[in-house]
Design a protein around this ligand. Structure first.
Ligand code: BGP
Length: 471
């Protein structure tokens, strides 16, 4: 590999998720998910979004024109098994089966997320969703259905999206974010870890050639100053926000510092005798790790008497964002060295390289960037163009750092920026756009849903064509 390019066979892609992109919320037998029911208070709902469900052929043609050789999308559990744990929906199976076939014909490798926040509401109603151990068997059955129907054609699988960020967006789990729910969150997390392990074991059994692992939202944590107390705070945040999750994935064990904290605060989840064996089963070890990277985080020491604050982002469509405080451990603060986007997310391309080194040093497994991108308010010109130079600048700088990390020895197999096409932002609706392709609609008005290529489309096309040499 020359310094100027990426490895041969590098996966160049783009990402989306079902509830943000498909629409057809109530069509062809699909039931509602918890996110369908929780995301509609402050901007448009999930009923139509980008209407990919009805435009998928055109969308795949655009992917091909862009030059993608891979595409990350998620499957909606309530479209495949509307009751959550009963009969499969043939129309749901057919939709994804046709999509996968069309992708393969176009030379695009599907990278399939099994779970991207959209738990069937029926399971939430029946037994509290992830609060209950019953979810593990139901998730296993859902995975079985996916592997049986698509395993012959899909090689790359992602189990659960952003397990760690579900702590940051408690509404995604029907939680309020209060400290009183800390125990529930750790219990849900335990169930997700078991479900993840089971999903990987089953994948390895049913699809020996598959590559499977979770996709997690991660940030490197910086100390605000060289005060050793701040440095310890950065260590603590790294342990609680990153290592805790990734250790459970790759080592099958609770990080000792987190476990001590859980014991001291009476937060240890209920566990059963076989749980440890399942988590540590060698067949449950992920083949790779998907990393969603948007920004780094900076922390300082938080005295014990500081108030607890969950890392909640308010889902109001407004620019509200409050960092996390864990008393005695760390407190998130702004980093004055970094510019921000319109929603105060800090822009830090070098942070990607730092993070990749941290994770690769710790686990030594192949990595894939499953999300990375910048959202903004955009204007379609009268001649149907979108001049998104800020996106080109953001992605260019992140790809340069990614290329550098690879040159320094980190094994990164692909890049799936968020998002291939405009879709419903989880926290800001259609006002915040992420795509290479503009979708002509707003939160208030569906307009014609036409697709228009942005400037970044042509820029990314060139990057892919030259395997990164144009950067
Ligand atoms: C990640 C999610 C995506 C997407 C992205 C952008 O956390 O996995 O689903 O939403 O963030 O965030 P937002 O839509 O809130 O701007």
């Amino acid at each position: 590999m020359g310094k100027q390019t990426f490895p041969d066979g590098f996966l160049w892609g783009g990402a989306t998720s079902a509830y943000q992109f498909e629409g057809a919320r109530d069509e062809d037998g699909k039931s509602r998910s918890i996110v369908d029911n929780s995301i509609n208070a402050h901007y448009t709902d999930t009923s139509i979004t980008s209407d990919h469900y009805h435009h998928w052929r055109e969308d795949v043609a655009l992917m091909k024109e862009l030059g993608l050789n891979s595409y990350r999308f998620s499957i909606a559990w309530p479209r495949i098994i509307p009751s959550g744990n009963g009969a499969t929906n043939p129309k749901g199976i057919k939709f994804y089966s046709d999509l996968i076939d069309a992708l393969l014909v176009a030379g695009i490798e599907p990278v399939v997320t099994i779970y991207h926040f959209d738990l069937p509401q029926t399971l939430q109603d029946q037994y509290g969703g992830w609060r209950s151990r019953q979810i593990i068997a139901d998730f296993d059955h859902y995975c079985y259905v996916l592997y049986k129907n698509f395993g012959d054609r899909v090689k790359y699988w992602l189990t659960i999206n952003e397990q760690s960020n579900m702590f940051a967006l408690p509404y995604l789990l029907n939680l309020s974010g209060d400290e009183s729910e800390e125990r529930v969150k750790f219990q849900m997390n335990h169930h997700m870890m078991l479900a993840n392990a089971q999903a990987i074991i089953r994948a390895h059994e049913m699809m020996p050639h598959a590559i499977i692992g979770p996709a997690i939202g991660l940030s490197p944590y910086y100390a605000l100053t060289a005060d050793p107390q701040d440095v310890i705070a950065a260590h603590n945040a790294t342990v609680f926000r990153n290592d805790f999750f990734t250790d459970l994935y790759f080592k099958g064990t609770y990080h000792p510092e987190v476990m001590n904290y859980l014991v001291a605060h009476d937060l240890v989840p209920d566990m059963e005798p076989n749980d440890a064996a399942l988590l540590m089963n060698p067949a449950a070890k992920p083949d790779y790790l998907g990393i969603n990277y948007y920004e780094s985080k900076t922390v300082r020491a938080a005295p014990r008497d500081t108030a607890y604050h969950s890392p909640a982002m308010s889902v109001t469509g407004e620019d509200v964002r409050v960092g996390e405080t864990r008393p005695g451990l760390y407190q998130e603060v702004a980093n004055s060295h970094l510019p921000t986007n319109e929603w105060h997310w800090e822009i830090d391309p070098a942070g990607l390289r730092i993070l990749l080194h941290q994770i690769y040093d710790r686990y030594g497994v192949p990595l894939i960037i499953t999300e990375n991108g910048i959202g903004g308010v955009e204007q379609l010109t009268s001649d149907h163009q979108v001049h998104d130079d800020y996106r080109i600048d953001f992605l260019d700088k992140h790809l340069v750092e990614l290329r550098q990390a690879i040159a320094e020895g980190v094994d990164v197999i692909g890049y799936e920026p968020w998002s291939f096409m405009d879709l419903l932002s989880t926290t800001n609706g259609f006002r915040k756009r992420y795509g290479f392709v503009y979708v002509n609609r707003t939160d208030e008005d569906l307009l014609d849903l036409n697709r228009y290529k942005k400037d970044s489309f042509y820029w990314y096309q060139k990057v892919i064509e030259t395997n990164g040499a144009s950067l």
